[in-house]
Design a binder for this molecule. Structure first.
Ligand code: PGA
Length: 256
């Protein structure tokens, strides 16, 4: 059994003070939720402040990015060691916004994932096809190449520390969620790629779905065999909505 992992990706939202308001509203709502790993990825600037609140509630802190470099003259960058120092247990790498808006390649994502693992942080590596690629029948080819390239530096013995996030680009921030069947098809395919890469450990790697996850659709997505969690953007900005997503079992029937 893979332990569910529900993660909030706030992107470039919330000041540290706003993040603290969220933390105080959210933490009590998920106290006692022992069925899943709960992760929040605020902007770098809020990590320290909300990490102190989350620490007492078993909520894991995540960064949204990291430098592939360990240290040095890299103005504006943040290293994995600095994230460890703030209590980060996870970091998102290879999000489609970073790939498309900031030119990140699979090779760079692979280096970032390696830097995180070396520092003891679990990478949440994002992959996903665009609408154009899906309509051209290239989804599996694109996912295959992203998995191979982005995970190139993950040693087999560290495979279980990895979280893979399937985020179809056409579903991100669009309100157009992949149906559970479409998502499961992609997740099952990704699992075959993980098996090819990591053999037996692949069964223990968690694959999150991301793209317009809401309280209303989370249960049906999580009911799929290879969907082990969710990476949530828009709906995670609201403490009530994200707490409902964390307690996805209670949302059974919400979409009907
Ligand atoms: P969304 O974003 O939930 O707002 O679609 C998901 C993501 O980009 O991680």
């Amino acid at each position: 059994m893979r332990r569910p992992i529900l993660a909030a990706n706030w992107k470039m939202h919330k000041t540290a003070a706003e993040a603290l308001d969220f933390a105080y509203a959210f933490a009590p709502r998920v106290d006692g939720a022992t069925h899943a790993d709960v992760v929040v990825a605020p902007p770098f600037t809020a990590l320290d402040r909300i990490g102190r609140v989350f620490a007492g509630h078993g909520i894991a802190l995540a960064a949204q990015n990291v430098s592939p470099e360990a240290e040095g003259a890299f103005t504006g960058e943040v290293s994995a060691r600095m994230l460890v120092d703030l209590g980060c247990r996870y970091a998102i790498v290879g999000h489609s916004e970073r790939r498309t808006l900031f030119g990140e390649t699979d090779a760079l994502v692979a280096r970032k994932a390696a830097a995180l693992l070396a520092a003891g942080i679990r990478p949440i590596v994002c992959v996903g096809e665009t609408l154009e690629q899906r309509e051209a029948g290239r989804t599996f080819e694109v996912l295959s190449a992203q998995v191979e390239g982005s995970l190139a530096q993950v040693p087999r013995e560290r495979a279980e520390d990895l979280v893979l996030a399937y985020e179809p680009v056409w579903a991100i921030g669009t309100g157009r969620t992949a149906t559970p069947a479409i998502a499961q098809e992609a997740h099952a395919f990704l699992r075959t790629r993980l098996v090819a890469r990591f053999a037996g450990s692949a069964e223990r790697i968690r694959i999150q779905y991301g793209g317009s996850v809401k309280p209303e659709n989370v249960y049906d997505l999580m009911a799929q065999a290879d969907i082990d969690g969710a990476l949530v953007g828009g709906a995670s900005l609201d403490p009530v909505a994200f707490a409902r997503i964390v307690r996805f079992e209670a949302e059974k029937g919400a979409s009907r």
